[in-house]
Design a binder for this molecule. Structure first.
Ligand code: ADP
Length: 219
């Protein structure tokens, strides 16, 4: 196995979201420097992350002394303390990090983060809320949206296309969705081709506009 480590990442704020980001990156082979003001939180991450440090990230000099300027990627996962979140992003911008991710709790928080210089703003609670609504309300088994309109979803094959090859059911033409793949119970996932016949109980991976996928799942 290659001993090569992936790009180091500094994760600031080790609450539920930041901790999940930091620990997952570490498991994926990144060196992660975690920073938080709370000593118990830092202690809980000492053995999990490459390094976990107790520090106030709103201070540029503090971050500089931690070596933050050497990182290309920083994740600011402070949500509720908006002032701290903005000052931290500003400090990382001042230190010249080219790839700053920041978590926003609200739309307005997100807009200010962008203005402050964050390169990527994520809305985890809002995104997850939308995703759960789709899973609860529709016949969708899984759902990832891109932007406001486009999604990839996993769903049980709708009854009208069961027993037919995809070329006959014409999902793209009739329903404006693309069947990307098919998962049959006990078998590996296969890429969908025109000859693929859909069996009862098959799960489909489908891409398209959100409203088209919703409509397709209910035909
Ligand atoms: P979550 O909802 O994901 O738990 P929070 O916003 O509640 O997110 O938690 C953010 C974390 O950021 C907390 O662990 C908090 O101690 C930490 N934090 C808050 N302000 C600072 C700061 N100035 N410097 C470093 N860490 C901070």
């Amino acid at each position: 196995m290659s001993a090569e480590r992936r790009q180091p990442v500094i994760v600031i704020g080790l609450g539920r979201f930041g901790s999940a980001v930091a620990c997952t990156l570490e498991r994926m082979g990144h060196e992660v420097l975690g920073v938080d003001t709370d000593p118990d939180t830092v202690r809980a991450h000492k053995d999990v992350l490459t390094q976990a440090v107790e520090a106030d990230s709103t201070d540029t000099d503090t971050l500089r002394s931690l070596g933050a300027a050497e990182f290309e990627t920083g994740v600011v996962a402070i949500g509720s303390a908006i002032e701290a979140s903005l000052l931290t992003v500003l400090a990382l911008v001042d230190l010249g990090l080219p790839n700053i991710w920041a978590k926003a709790n609200t739309e307005r928080h997100g807009r200010i983060l962008e203005r402050t210089g964050a390169h990527h703003v994520v809305f985890p609670e809002q995104k997850m809320g939308e995703r759960v609504a789709h899973l609860v309300n529709e016949r969708l088994l899984d759902f990832i949206s891109f932007g406001d309109e486009f999604a990839i979803a996993r769903l049980k094959a709708p009854e009208p296309i069961v027993g037919l090859p995809l070329i006959t059911s014409q999902c793209r033409k009739k329903h404006d969705v693309t069947v990307v793949g098919v998962k049959r119970a006990g078998e590996d996932f296969i890429h969908a081709v025109p000859d693929t016949i859909i069996f009862p109980g098959d799960e489909l991976v489908v891409s398209g506009r959100i409203e088209k996928i919703e409509r397709f799942s209910a035909i």
